[in-house]
Design a protein around this ligand. Structure first.
Ligand code: ADP
Ligand code: GLC
Length: 493
């Protein structure tokens, strides 16, 4: 049984808050490799190590989902009680092996389930309670295991942290002077619940108003972050501007404009330890800008796995790896799939998500057998093989806060075709990829045709691949910006 704080905290020789070190606790629903549905996991998995260089000691707390094995984890705290009104939850905290302290909130009744947020496209009905308990348990980690100067909260699942600190826990000496940064990775996911969530999550009714948690009569967890954090950030400069407009604001543009002075856009980085063709164990042969022969081997293997003919090696192979949701442009792709295939090209798509879009991809594969291959599911190995084996990478997103896959594609010499929105616009230029503006099948088709045309000129194509491979989106620059923002919040700059 472990109920005491570990020695590191009990006997801290000099107070960390005087040491010049910034202690950051990231509160996130995902962290790669343990819990991942999308790019948020990649960000939280990589940023802590990158922050070290800039004087930050970072820990991360995520829920212990059913898919996370506990066999290698250490139980570091027993019986952390969380009460939401009368409902009590007995929590244990585990620490998983990672290059930074990675805490897991163990509450089997809430989190030991097959999905992270739901199953078969349907959200768990008690997500309000799950992420209220998670927020409170994460604050327990901050109290007992890792005392931070900064609480860095990610997405709606951590949105109640600033809300509880403003209400239920206001005046608690543990959190005096602790600053809250809330990062929006995707405004399309807001954690909206019926007003009854107020009681279920034991939220103070005084903040149920439009300047607090209320969103048109519902409880909005993302507004907990937007209204009550000390600073807001999102994951690209362009998205930071876009979300303040009605077109991209998902109904929150007004609230965001009110807080515009504390909203910044910091571009995500890529973890090149995971995503480099020079040393990627998930592809058949390494390759680099100096020697691209391994890329051809990856394409051969991919074509064979997908059941495409060997002659396809000389034709463009278009790849897509994505959550299949309305964000990702599946509808405009389906609209022009016939015209694209008529260009004598091949298409592979890997992803999962909303049944409607999965179905749309299945229908494409049935309509164009031998030309379109679709794999429904989450498959890390195949995602790397597609990054390496494809010639073009499609991201026709309706909106894209940052997007990581296009950044990985650049490094693998796989030329991105993207809609000019959010981080796609910030990371891809005319020299490295193909961009289109209007959200329409016609505009996407125009960009794909331009890319296919360019592919036929081998020298030009090769030069374009190399320009992309030489781009550097490593975490260093972004980590420096986060560290500077933490410093400003703590009044150090
Ligand atoms: P988002 O976070 O909106 O899903 P990003 O481009 O930021 O978009 O990040 C997507 C990440 O998730 C990438 O690492 C990508 O490889 C991965 N990914 C998405 N879908 C799948 C899938 N079906 N199988 C494996 N990896 C996937
Ligand atoms: C979100 C966004 C994506 C971004 C990722 C990580 O899921 O959709 O654009 O790259 O978060 O910040």
């Amino acid at each position: 049984m472990v109920t005491k704080a570990p020695a590191e905290i009990q006997s801290a020789p000099s107070p960390w808050y005087n040491s010049g070190v910034t202690r950051v606790l990231m509160i996130s629903p995902e962290a790669a490799p343990l819990a991942k549905t999308g790019g948020l996991a990649d960000v939280v998995g990589a940023l802590p190590a990158a922050l070290r260089e800039f004087g930050c000691e970072t820990a991360v707390v995520i829920p212990r989902y059913g898919s996370i094995p506990l066999k290698d984890a250490r139980r570091v705290y027993d019986h952390l009680p969380v009460y939401l009104g009368k409902a009590g939850f007995d929590i244990a905290i585990y620490q998983a092996p990672a290059e930074y302290p990675l805490y897991l909130v163990e509450c089997p009744r809430l989190f030991d389930r097959p999905g992270l947020y739901g199953e078969a496209g349907v959200d768990y009905p008690d997500n309000d309670v799950r992420f209220a308990v998670f927020a409170r348990a994460a604050l327990g980690v901050a109290r007992h295991l890792f005392r931070p100067g900064i609480l860095h909260c990610h997405d709606w699942q951590a949105g109640l942290v600033p809300a509880y600190l403003r209400t239920t826990l206001a005046g608690d000496p543990t959190f005096m002077g602790v600053k809250k940064l809330f990062t929006i990775h995707n405004l399309g996911y807001q954690g909206l619940f019926p007003a009854s969530a107020l009681q279920e999550a034991a939220l103070d009714e005084t903040i149920f108003n439009p300047g607090g948690l209320e969103f048109f009569g519902q409880v909005s967890y993302i507004k907990g972050g937007i209204s009550f954090a000390d600073a807001l950030s999102t994951v690209s400069p362009t998205y930071a501007r876009e979300i303040q407009t009605p077109e991209y604001g998902c109904g929150l543009d007004g609230a965001l404009r009110t807080r515009a002075a504390m909203l910044t856009g910091i571009l995500n980085g890529a973890d090149y330890r995971e995503w480099s063709p020079e040393n990627d164990p998930l592809i058949p042969a390494p390759y680099s800008a100096q020697d691209l022969s391994g890329k051809r081997i990856a394409k051969q293997q991919l074509l064979a796995e997908l059941g495409f003919p060997a002659e396809a090696i000389d034709r463009p192979l278009l790849g897509m790896v994505s959550r299949f949701t309305q964000q990702k442009g599946v509808d405009i792709l389906a609209e022009v799939a016939g015209e694209i295939i008529a260009e004598d090209v091949y298409l592979v798509a890997l992803g999962s998500g909303e049944p409607e879009y999965e179905e749309s991809f299945r229908a494409m594969a049935e309509r164009f057998p031998g030309r379109v291959a679709v794999r429904i599911g989450f498959d890390n190995r195949l995602s790397h093989l597609i990054e390496a084996g494809a010639d073009l990478f499609l991201m026709p997103s309706r909106y894209e806060p940052c997007g990581l896959s296009q950044i990985y594609s650049l490094r693998y010499g796989t030329v991105p075709v993207v809609r000019a929105t959010g981080g796609l616009d910030d990371t891809i230029d005319e020299g490295t990829g193909f961009k289109f503006q209007e959200y329409s099948g016609a505009a996407l088709l125009g960009a794909v045709r331009a890319a296919i045309q360019a592919f036929s000129n081998r020298d030009e194509w090769h030069a374009r691949m190399l320009r992309g491979m030489q781009k550097d989106f490593s975490w260093k620059a972004s980590a420096q910006e986060y560290a500077a923002l933490y410093g400003r919040l703590l009044g150090r700059a």
